[in-house]
Design a protein around this ligand. Structure first.
Ligand SMILES: Cc1cc2nc3c(=O)[nH]c(=O)nc-3n(C[C@H](O)[C@H](O)[C@H](O)COP(=O)(O)OP(=O)(O)OC[C@H]3O[C@@H](n4cnc5c(N)ncnc54)[C@H](O)[C@@H]3O)c2cc1C
Length: 447
């Protein structure tokens, strides 16, 4: 009979194998699900900073209030049957002792026989000077909520502001980066402001949404034709301004300096560029490739017994030793998790592990105004039909049936009813210590 996850100790006693997963994103969560099936006798624990999986591709929709934040996350405990979920921050990994240290309410540690690292990457705001202090990133649900709140706050402030120049500053939104996230968030902000304006009856300032992009066309991941289509739709339909071949050189409290000495003054700067390595990866004694843990084609980490890595934190050759590193996308993470689970199970049974190989089926991006662009099975698509396809795809993939139903209802609701313009202040009554002076404060000030 196949080994179902049992190990024999030095004393001859049998015990369940201990498998730890660090990270509850796409890669870690899918790995846990597959491990449960492949090794039913093993003890599986998933350690993650949040107790939910974030569906990142829909974060821009949270910014534009097209969906509620709770609809783009899935509680990890509801995704598994047997896996034990612990909401903790992993602080150190001792690969010699096979022990993982964490911090929850206090410090603690777990021993492991196999460890799967799936801790993703982090947003890096160091790319442009001043970005860390004055720009807002979009990497987590918290970032999306913060940004949504900022947009509403700026509209509220602008309606009351007597100085026309200051009003223009408040209603100018700059997005750094014209990749997928930048385009999606620009489309969402533009749609949200257009739909909300009628409640700001005394706001006469023009609302500007501007994308600053270093490349020659938007969305470099897609063919030039689709990039140009996106640009036309964004500029003509949604009124978004697109600055191509333009780099931000410095961000300050008033706005952004651009190459060539020009500058844009704006009350909100959003950064969708820059990715840094997770500090946990830096502390693992193994080879890295641009901050990602280098793996063998079968997802194991060479030279470190019992260690595996998947997702954005790993540099995985696609299709063999000479293959190009897999891109850091959800599409790849969702396939690497199950493959790592299968290879861990094979290693228990003394079977040869299999290499990871995946050819992406396509790329899709919503661009606002119920439009999307896509390249699927070699075909370039744009307009309303790909937008329906985009929504159908995400409905299919979002975890748990409850989330699928809620998202479906929410999307339909948003087509017929106005967006929610409530400015949610996360302030506890009487909680002086928890009360920020301004819930939107990010160190920026008026010009
Ligand atoms: C705004 C945005 C839009 C995107 N859109 C798309 C898209 O349209 N299509 C696409 O394919 N990809 C998209 N991506 C990329 C995609 O989301 C990532 O490639 C994917 O999430 C990677 O999965 P992962 O499991 O490796 O990491 P993540 O999903 O980032 O998960 C990492 C997990 O590790 C946990 N963690 C980190 N450090 C620790 C620690 N020290 N201790 C405990 N837990 C820890 C985190 O809390 C998190 O749960 C987008 C990303 C963003 C930010």
């Amino acid at each position: 009979m196949k080994n179902q996850g049992i190990l024999t100790g030095a004393d001859g006693e049998e015990r369940p194998a201990r498998i730890l997963i660090v990270g509850g994103g796409f890669a870690g969560a899918t790995a846990a699900r597959h491990l449960e099936r492949r090794l039913p006798k093993a003890e599986i624990r998933l350690l993650s900073s949040e107790n939910y999986l974030t569906y990142n591709p829909l974060l821009a929709e949270v910014v534009g209030a097209s969906v509620l934040p709770g609809h783009v996350v899935a509680p990890l405990r509801q995704m598994f049957r047997r896996t034990r979920v612990h909401q903790v921050d992993v602080t150190a990994i001792d690969t010699a002792e096979r022990r993982v240290a964490y911090r929850g309410l206090g410090p603690g540690s777990f021993r492991y026989d196999h460890l799967l690292i799936a801790c993703g990457s982090r947003a890096s705001l160091e790319l442009v000077p001043g970005m860390a202090e004055h720009a807002l990133p979009l990497k987590s649900v918290g970032d999306a909520l913060h940004l949504r709140n900022r947009i509403v706050a700026r509209l509220e402030e602008a309606e009351l502001e007597p100085d026309p120049e200051m009003r223009r500053w408040l209603t100018t939104f700059v997005i750094i980066g014209g990749g997928f996230s930048g385009v999606e968030v620009a489309g969402e902000i533009s749609d949200f402001v257009a739909a909300s304006r009628r409640w700001y009856r005394h706001l006469d300032a023009p609302v500007r949404v501007i994308i600053v992009h270093g490349g020659a066309h938007l969305m470099p991941e897609l063919p030039v034709k689709l990039g140009r289509f996106t640009e036309r739709k964004l500029t003509r339909r949604a009124g978004v301004e697109v600055l191509l071949n333009t780099r931000g050189t410095r961000v300050d409290a008033r706005g952004i300096e651009l190459g060539g000495g020009t500058r844009l003054d704006a009350g909100t700067i959003v950064s969708t560029v820059g990715t840094g390595s997770n500090p946990l990866i830096d502390r693992i004694p193994a080879e890295k490739l641009r901050g990602r843990l280098r793996t063998a084609p079968d997802l194991s980490v060479p030279g470190v017994s019992g260690l595996w890595a998947v997702g954005d934190c790993a540099a995985i050759p696609n299709g063999g030793d000479d293959g190009p590193p897999c891109p850091p996308t959800a599409q790849f993470a969702l396939r690497q998790g199950p493959q790592a689970a299968a290879n861990i199970a094979r290693s228990f049974r003394g079977q040869p592990t299999r290499l990871f190989a995946y050819r992406p089926k396509g790329l899709m991006s919503a661009i606002g105004h119920n439009r999307a662009v896509a390249r699927v099975f070699g075909l370039n698509l744009s307009g309303f039909i790909p937008w329906l396809l985009w929504r159908g795809f995400y409905l299919l993939y979002i975890p748990t049936m409850a989330r699928k139903v809620r998202l479906f209802l929410e999307w339909n609701w948003a087509m017929f009813f106005p967006p929610d313009i409530a400015h949610l202040r996360f302030v506890r009554t009487g909680g002086a210590a928890d009360r920020p002076a301004n819930p939107d404060s990010s160190g920026d000030a008026a010009p």
